[in-house]
Design a protein around this ligand. Structure first.
Ligand SMILES: C[S@@+](CC[C@H](N)C(=O)[O-])C[C@H]1O[C@@H](n2cnc3c(N)ncnc32)[C@H](O)[C@@H]1O
Length: 394
């Protein structure tokens, strides 16, 4: 079943690759304009209010855009994911020092851990909030692995105060061997472990034949390579090649930042576009020129200071002072298009995330595990709400 679902997703993402596999910010027009001309024209005509509305309601996108993009399907139609809600009965003193949403995530995730009294390894534990709840809930032994010694110390103090069987080990799981810990573990749990951290966890768990695995992956793009290396044999055969930028799309949500942050980001985007339009003209070429990150102070001044600075980074001299009003207008038009390109891309975000989650499940399946996926809390609690549950078959 997982194999069929993966193949359906893989075909779907492959078929619509043109609509999502590119970087909107560096394009000077919709890269799919000739394939979807009526979509391009219609989208250009849409007022800003509609774009904002769709950005806030990504679930509505597929319905709205189906008229222009035949064959669109909801990710849930291709891979139905059941929801498993769990409400913890943990006492109030166990929640002390844990922020509301973090507690909701931890307590919901803890409901996936069913086997009782087996030693647990908590991978990339932070202060070990999850491990603490599990040690209290099941009275089991928990080893919390974390590389920040300060977090280990803080977590250890709390565990001792509460007389829980939770031990911290300060360890870089990417550099130091964790096999020793996993051999003793019957269960390994990881909540919001980023890219390579959770991929390494899965490889080590498989190697050490850990009985139970519970994983909520996040930040798939945090891997050392520039291109994603799938874990499962099936995904390795896929024609999809995913760059880090593609992986980032899997975890990109519509902007939730504060207004001040959003305004700052918008100024930066505008200045970068102004410079880019100028450099294309100046150098007589039609390629985006990547500029390193710039000091914040440049975005509190008019665009000239940034353009001069950016030009210097590339060994150029900015001579577009007189053209700035025109360049600014052109930059605004481009940003309008960037927003629209991102909107279309976001219709494929959940599909991509599920493709990556299924790659992990298939890898476990290929290695003798029974696996399933579920959502363990509402998206409002955390958009990274997909959990993998795997048990080694007897
Ligand atoms: C996103 S946090 C998740 C923490 C915790 N699981 C939770 O959900 O609250 C990821 C944790 O991984 C830790 N980490 C990052 N790189 C690591 C490494 N190479 N070895 C061990 N821990 C690492 C970080 O310090 C951080 O505490």
């Amino acid at each position: 079943m997982l194999t069929t679902q993966f193949q359906q997703l893989d075909n779907y993402l492959g078929h619509f690759r043109q609509l999502w596999q590119f970087t909107p910010f560096v394009q000077d027009d919709y890269p799919w304009r000739t394939s979807y001309p009526s979509l391009a024209d219609w989208l250009d005509e849409q007022p800003e209010q509609s774009i904002l509305l769709w950005q806030a309601q990504p679930d509505q996108l597929i319905n709205t855009f189906s008229a222009y993009i035949p064959g669109l399907r909801l990710a849930d139609d291709l891979v139905p994911v059941p929801h498993q809600q769990h409400v913890s009965n943990a006492p109030f003193w166990l929640k002390a020092g844990i922020k509301g949403r973090k507690w909701q995530q931890i307590s919901a995730f803890s409901g996936l851990i069913t086997a009782k009294s087996q030693p647990i390894v908590e991978w990339c534990a932070g202060k070990g909030h999850l491990g603490r709840l599990l040690a209290w809930q099941d009275g089991c032994e928990v080893l919390s692995l974390e590389w920040q010694s300060e977090l280990c110390q803080q977590g250890q103090v709390i565990a001792e105060k509460l007389e829980l069987r939770q031990q911290f080990h300060c360890l870089d799981v990417l550099k130091q061997s964790s096999g020793h810990y996993l051999q003793r573990a019957q269960q390994v749990v990881a909540l919001h472990a980023c890219g390579q951290l959770h991929m390494t966890m899965l490889e080590q768990a498989v190697e050490n034949k850990v009985q139970e695995i519970r994983l909520c992956p996040c930040c798939y793009q945090l891997i050392p390579q520039s291109e994603y290396h799938p874990l499962s044999q099936l995904a390795q055969k896929s024609e999809l090649r995913l760059s880090r930028q593609d992986l980032r799309l899997a975890v990109q949500e519509t902007v939730t930042a504060h207004q001040r942050e959003r305004d700052k980001r918008q100024v930066e985007r505008r200045y970068r576009q102004i410079f880019d339009i100028w450099q294309r003209r100046h150098l007589g070429q039609n390629q985006y020129l990547s500029i390193p990150s710039a000091p914040d102070s440049l975005f509190r001044q008019p665009p000239l200071a940034f353009c001069r600075w950016a030009a210097r980074q590339k060994g150029l001299a900015f001579d577009g002072h007189q053209q700035l009003p025109e360049l600014t207008q052109m930059a605004e038009n481009r940003l309008r298009q960037v927003d629209r390109m991102e909107l279309i891309q976001h219709m494929f975000r959940r599909h991509l995330e599920l493709w990556l989650v299924l790659d992990r499940c298939l890898y476990l399946q290929e290695n003798g595990y029974e696996t399933s996926i579920s959502t363990f809390c509402a998206r409002e609690v955390t958009p990274r709400n997909l959990a993998i549950r795997a048990s080694l078959k007897a």
